[in-house]
Design a protein around this ligand. Sequence first.
Ligand code: MN
Length: 138
Amino acid sequence: MTVVRAGARATRRGAAENFTGEVFQDEVLVGQAPSRMRATVVSFTPGARTGWHSHPVGQTLYCLSGVGRICIGKGSRPQAIYPGDTVIIPPDTMHWHGAAPDRLFSHLAMSENGEQGQGTTWAEHVSDSDYRMEPAPA
Ligand code: MN
């Protein structure tokens, strides 16, 4: 058994090439083989979001606090997401997630690397007009 103490890992900032706005990442787990699991708590300031991206084995988001947005597929309207919601994103599917324009948001992000170790595929930033589209009703 291992207990990784809270003080042993510093919060990191989301890289500007992959995120818009201020994003903070707290690593929970990077699994050791044969595990390919990765888990991170991601905290988004109002207006902050990921760029468009996909995950080789999909991704699960468990919403922890605030009000967020999820958008699957280019041209789609985002949806509002709330604490307690679980979002299941299929493999190799372009999407973005982040905070509402006027609210903080955090989620636990869980994914697995691909069988060959592939991680996230990143594409362009989400434009302000795509981000600010009125969210679809839940
Ligand atoms: Mn994702």
